[in-house]
Ligand binder design. Structure first.
Ligand code: BGC
Length: 368
């Protein structure tokens, strides 16, 4: 039994090393270096009041040391049009505010095409290469925003309009790509209010500990709590004797079956998260989370044909909870922590998370 725990701690350590290497400063540098080296394909981009020409332009949010939303006025479709926010591989062409809508003619519109190689390889989470081969009736392809519109060639159209990039970018699915987000709050010291957050591994921004919905998730809210367990509840202290013995049993069975170390690691992490998830749901002070938002997300990975949507669930933790006292990052997160809610913190959160968390009345009040 102690072997399994050491082993598990080893996994946590391996995660941490992987994520510690992903320093956000390094990401920013690499992003700009790549663009500078391979040429910056974006001509001009008008998102709001400013024209963004590229990384050297003193009008870019990065050059001004500002969050792009502060510049663009938190429009729900601005991060996904902003070239300076785009992940590597994306080369967004400019989409002025008045040309965002598909109903507005934009004859010169020539979006660049990009689908990441990791998506084109068609892993299990990715769709077929052509949208016509997608089963548009299945649950995973339904949009929270209602009926999906297609262009004449059968390409699904982003419900909020043009983004400057076509294809799927880094997103696996054509059309909506579903995430689920837990909003976990508690009272902090001296009348403060705290939010459980992670630092994302991909860009170092504070974000809700959410993630993509899996086909095996029973519901969006179950996906949100599973993600919470995966992203933020990785402290070995959450493993009680019952969980430890179930993990040890599984490890023994898999070893007898002659599974590879990699397979054993993946299965143990999967079972661990499932068990922590079940225990958390039934733990003291943990109320069933309530849905506060379901809809589009202004995510930097969105394209004209693939976009993020999320469903967010809030619960306020009363008193001490053994699973949530000491958050510890796992999966895609670099770091997990309770953070005091301030307007500055909220406005700096990832993608549409600033708007989403403001659906919690107390957070809205603090930010007013
Ligand atoms: C994140 C979610 C987020 C979604 C849309 C996912 O990668 O894990 O927290 O809401 O993207 O931005």
């Amino acid at each position: 039994m102690s072997g399994i725990i050491e082993r598990y701690n080893g996994f946590v350590e391996a995660y941490r090393q992987r994520h510690d290497n992903r320093d956000p400063g390094f990401f920013k540098f690499a992003k700009y270096a790549l663009k500078a080296f391979f040429g910056y394909s974006v001509k001009t981009h008008n998102a709001g009041k400013h024209i963004f020409k590229g990384p050297g332009d003193s009008n870019t949010p990065a050059a001004k040391g500002l969050d792009s939303r502060a510049v663009t006025g938190m429009n729900e479709h601005s991060i996904c049009r902003d070239p300076s926010e785009a992940p590597e591989g994306y080369h967004r062409v400019g989409v002025p505010d008045d040309k965002v809508s598909w109903n507005t003619p934009f004859e010169d519109y020539k979006p660049s095409e990009y689908t990441a190689v990791s998506v084109l390889r068609q892993p299990v989470w990715a769709d077929p290469l052509k949208p016509k081969d997608v089963n548009w009736k299945d649950k995973a392809h339904q949009s929270h925003l209602g009926e999906i519109k297609f262009d004449q060639t059968g390409m699904p159209l982003n419900p909020k309009g043009r983004t400057g990039t076509e294809g799927r970018g880094q997103l696996g699915k054509w059309g909506p790509n579903h995430a689920a987000d837990p909003i976990i709050t508690r009272d902090g010291p001296d009348g403060t209010y705290e939010l459980l957050l992670i630092k994302r591994g991909d860009n170092g921004q504070w974000a809700l500990p959410g993630g993509m919905v899996d086909p095996t998730d029973a519901s969006f809210s179950a996906a949100a709590i599973r993600e919470l367990a995966e992203e933020a509840l990785n402290s070995p202290e959450v493993l009680d004797d019952d969980i430890k013995s179930q993990l040890a049993l599984l490890e023994g069975q898999l070893k007898i079956k002659g599974e590879t170390d990699k397979e054993i690691e993946a299965r143990i992490i999967g079972l661990r998260n499932k068990l922590v998830f079940e225990k958390l749901k039934n733990s003291p002070g943990f109320q069933q989370p309530e849905e506060v938002y379901k809809g589009y997300v202004d995510d930097r990975r969105n394209t004209d044909n693939a976009w993020m949507e999320t469903a967010a669930y809030h619960t306020h933790i009363e008193g001490s909870n053994p699973y949530l006292n000491k958050p510890e990052a796992g999966d895609d997160a670099q770091h997990a922590q309770w953070v005091e809610v301030t307007p500055e913190l909220v406005n700096s959160l990832y993608a549409s998370h600033p708007d989403i968390v403001k659906h919690v009345p107390r957070i809205k009040e603090i930010c007013a």
